[in-house]
Design a protein around this ligand. Structure first.
Ligand code: NI
Length: 396
């Protein structure tokens, strides 16, 4: 069966490449994936695969029924949204929408899942069970398309026993894939903080409540949350990437504004850390006569790869790719809304190598020069189809 799938992957991969280039040239922001959704729907319908569209706005969910379709159901997932980034690559498939770019490879995920769908549909009389194809909106934006699709019942009728998703990895050479059993990605919460004090002349600080100096204390004080508050065995990170103190050389502003992120891999600690962030912030502000408006917006939960499913999936990948092309991944402190599926059922989220140093394809995700080596797409569709099939078979 591996050689059948490999042949089909070779056959469909030029199309997958075209699909990816079309999607790359026509990116759409989170929850606005209208053309992308129509494109997916059109291709599924040309393949003769039944689907439902308009789920959580732009979500599309297809279903391939093999023999005895109710015996076991597995889900495959791809995300479809792009990012608010101005593309700097000079390529024929460059984004035609200034300021919107597929800089996280979701174009490759969607095209690969379309390719996997085509492959699986060709051989549906050769396997038992059904495969649900989830093309989801809004991975990049809270509350996450995954959580909305789950609320709209994507995991019912029929109910998948497990789910597999893939994500490009610019740090991993094309031709390789990576797996990690257990904890893989972090929960991510957004921190929005305004500190209110009293502005005034920089020469008369005693007549002001200097929020710039207070903000510096708050940022320094909050370093203790991770360094002293976190159990050292639980990965945690707290970073501030935006600080606006809009005074000038001799004018102290009335308020300052900060944005940051808190990430970890333990729900109990996550709650406790939120409390500590609040206590430290409000305590320091109060000590100096300022007040704090603090909002901690909850993002995605941590992502746990089911150990049993991931072990099986990884060994199927070794059978398909060869042992030398399947690597073990480290923990990654980024967040992914695939975490919502993985908390609802056994999930496996693996990485697809897309790096090609010789061709200069090395930029990280979420950068204006991100690109992939498209040779990865043949693996992207073929391996995914094979993993789905192997999992259906192993479950019987
Ligand atoms: Ni992504």
């Amino acid at each position: 069966m591996i050689s059948t799938i490999k042949n089909l992957a070779t056959q469909i991969s030029p199309k997958v490449r075209n699909w990816r280039q079309h999607l790359h040239a026509n990116p759409e922001l989170s929850f606005q994936e209208n053309e992308t959704s129509a494109f997916v729907a059109k291709n599924l319908s040309e393949m003769g695969i039944p689907f439902q569209s308009g789920i959580a706005g732009t979500g599309v969910v297809g279903l391939i029924e093999g023999k005895n379709p109710g015996s076991r159901v597995l889900a495959l997932r791809a995300d479809m949204d792009a990012l608010p980034i101005l593309e700097e690559n000079e390529v024929p498939y460059k984004s035609t929408k200034p300021g919107v770019m597929h800089a996280c490879g979701h174009d490759a995920h969607t095209a690969s899942l379309l390719g996997a769908s085509w492959i699986l549909n060709q051989i549906k009389d050769q396997f038992e069970g059904s495969i649900k194809l989830i093309f989801q909106p809004g991975e990049e934006k809270i509350p996450g398309g995954a959580s909305l699709l789950i609320k709209e019942g994507v995991l019912q009728n029929p109910s998948p026993a497990s789910i597999i998703g893939q994500h490009v990895m610019p740090g991993l050479a094309v031709g390789k894939v990576g797996f990690r059993e257990g904890l893989y990605m972090a929960s991510a919460d957004e921190i929005y903080l305004t500190i209110h004090g009293k502005g005034g002349h920089g020469a008369i600080p005693n007549a002001s409540i200097d929020v710039v100096a207070i903000m510096a204390q708050v940022i320094t004080g909050l370093q203790q949350v991770v360094s002293r508050g976190a159990n050292p065995t639980i990965p945690s990170v707290l970073s501030f990437g935006r600080v606006i103190a809009n005074g000038v050389t001799n004018v102290l502003p009335n308020s300052v504004y900060l944005e940051g992120t808190f990430r970890t891999m333990d729900e109990a600690w996550r709650e406790k850390a939120h409390e500590k962030i609040r206590q430290i912030t409000e305590g320091i502000c109060a000590a100096f006569g300022a007040t704090a408006d603090l909002e901690i917006r909850r993002g995605y939960p941590f992502l746990m790869n089911d150990i049993n499913l991931t072990r099986k999936t990884k060994s199927s990948a070794i059978a398909y790719m060869g042992e030398e092309n399947v690597v073990n991944l480290d923990i990654w402190m980024a967040a992914e809304d695939f975490a919502y599926y993985s908390q609802a059922m056994p999930g496996c989220f693996y990485r697809l190598g897309t790096r090609n140093e010789e061709r200069g394809i090395v930029s990280g995700v979420h950068t204006p020069t991100f690109d992939i080596d498209e040779a990865a797409l043949e693996t992207g569709c073929g391996l995914m189809a094979w993993l789905a099939l192997s999992e259906l078979e192993s479950g019987q």
